[in-house]
Design a protein around this ligand. Structure first.
Ligand SMILES: [Mn+2]
Length: 416
């Protein structure tokens, strides 16, 4: 059986806090990503499209999205491609469907209750090609393990797929999401299904290959925490065999963050802009995106610079960001201040016989590994639970990056 696995489309996300133009573009981008997914399903002649919850962001459904959704689902109906949609915590079957009626076409199977339902998938000629077992969230706060009620797969030789919006406890970035309908990796692995089409965690990831346990991630990134290409998974699965899983990028807008250093010479707006552009171009050379990708950039400026005071000012950063949008053809941008300080020569202060000299030498010792970090307990370090933080010592070293400049600036009264 071949199918397209999508999750967390979040149609009609409000994108509050952005300008009208950007907000409208982002709302359209979610629809556009879904349209591309439907086109992919048609072009690849899949047997089914599986939606693993959070198709909608909230109760409200805009007229535009209602029309759009029915048109896209009709394209699939015309090609006789069934859609199985299991609801999530943002679009629970009992609590949200009352407030948000949709005239679902007959090719769409909506599963909005926790009782698992078994759907037989047939190809365009009417032959059985696989079985999808799915359960949905009835309320906004499903706290039980919905996978526990899934029946053992039938023994008919057809591929068996589980479809569920769930927080698998062992998944990466799970902590960014509410622990609704939590499930255990081991239970899913032992369930006898060939593939679990999961939704809820917005970070695309493979939890297991055989049986396949996959989160496709959300269809269109919504914040800077959701970077990288976004889309769906094209899956081919046979009974008792390893599934073939291929990522397809559908999101027209991407969120990316770059850190900009080397600002020692940047004493004018144009020089700063040139540094932003150079850092951005370098990042895009490594990861150019799809043709026509639109970008929302976050520039994190850090280190020693003659512009450090201006960059500390929110209004100045907003001006720099709007210049970057214009110059670099970005959809949107923001400039964030990292640790900024005046341009200083650290070496000139290293031999001081005072607390500043001591502190600088200590920093140097920590960085070079000469000083151990005694009594460093992971639980005392805020932020260490971040997935990229690494071990405690590496984490502290990363925090101390550029600290000398800030220390000198503050202790010699040149700080803010
Ligand atoms: Mn979601």
């Amino acid at each position: 059986m071949r199918f397209l696995h999508l999750a967390d489309v979040h149609l009609d996300t409000p994108f509050a806090g952005r300008s009208d133009g950007v907000r409208r573009r982002l709302q359209e981008a979610s629809r556009e990503a879904f349209r591309k997914a439907v086109s992919c399903a048609l072009a690849e002649r899949v047997h089914a499209v599986l939606l693993a919850g959070d198709l909608f962001d909230g109760d409200r459904l805009s007229f535009r999205t209602e029309r759009f959704l029915l048109e896209e689902l009709a394209r699939l109906a015309e090609a006789r491609i069934p859609v199985v949609y299991a609801t999530g915590n943002h679009d629970p079957g009992r609590d949200a469907h009352r407030t948000r009626p949709v005239a679902w076409p007959p090719n769409v199977e909506v599963i909005g209750e926790g009782t698992p339902r078994v759907v037989t998938i047939r190809d365009a000629e009417g032959r059985d090609v696989g079985t999808v077992t799915a359960a949905g969230h009835a309320s906004r706060r499903e706290t039980g393990d919905l996978s526990a009620a899934f029946p053992a797969p039938s023994r008919d030789g057809l591929p068996q797929i589980g479809l569920l919006h769930t927080q698998v406890r062992e998944s990466r970035a799970a902590e960014e999401h509410e622990p609704y309908a939590p499930s255990d990796l081991l239970r899913l692995l032992a369930s006898g299904h060939d593939y679990w089409a999961l939704g809820h965690v917005h970070l695309r990831q493979c939890l297991a290959e055989s049986p396949g346990l996959h989160y496709p991630g959300n269809l269109q990134g919504r914040t800077h925490r959701e970077s990288g290409p976004k889309g769906g998974l094209l899956v081919e699965v046979r009974r008792n065999a390893r599934a073939k899983v291929e990522f397809r990028s559908f999101a027209p807008v991407r969120f990316e963050t770059v850190t900009v250093r080397g600002l020692e010479e940047a004493d004018t707006l144009d020089k700063l802009l040139a540094r932003l552009e150079a850092a951005w171009d370098e990042a895009r050379r490594a990861d150019p995106g799809d043709e026509g990708t639109e970008w929302i950039a976050r520039f994190r400026v850090a280190g020693g610079t003659p512009s450090w005071k201006r960059l500390g000012d929110e209004e100045e950063r907003a001006t720099l960001a709007s210049e970057a949008i214009r110059e670099m053809g970005l959809l949107d941008a923001e400039v964030q201040a990292g640790p900024l300080h005046p341009v200083l020569r650290v070496e000139e202060h290293l031999d001081r016989q005072d607390v500043l000299g001591d502190a600088l030498r200590l920093l140097d010792d920590v960085r070079s590994g000469r000083a151990t970090l005694p009594g460093l307990h992971a639980e005392d370090l805020a932020g260490l639970d971040h997935p990229d933080a690494g071990d405690a010592v590496a984490y502290v070293r990363s925090l101390l990056e550029g600290a000398e400049g800030e220390l000198i600036a503050r202790m010699l009264g040149q700080g803010r």
